[in-house]
Design a protein around this ligand. Structure first.
Ligand SMILES: [Zn+2]
Length: 75
């Protein structure tokens, strides 16, 4: 997927989170592990709400710090 801001290719990954660890994004098909989260590299500081556990496919542009998420996926 192309970034609508800078037109570069976005990275496909998994956005996941829970109320204790916060929200994180990791490239590929697997959610960020506890170790990934402790490293802090994938943490989304924009997320402020208290969420229960979730996981969603999200395309991320590391340059613009933007994500695109499909909100209606039937699987
Ligand atoms: Zn971009």
């Amino acid at each position: 997927m192309e970034c609508p801001y800078c037109k570069k290719e976005m990275k496909k990954g998994i956005l996941s989170g829970d109320s204790r660890q916060g929200i994180a994004w990791k490239e590929g098909d697997k959610r960020a592990s506890i170790l990934d989260r402790m490293g802090g590299a994938h943490r989304l500081t924009a997320a402020k709400s208290n969420l229960s556990t979730f996981k969603i496919v999200a395309h991320f542009c590391p340059d613009c710090k933007k994500m695109i998420i499909d909100t209606d996926i039937q699987e």
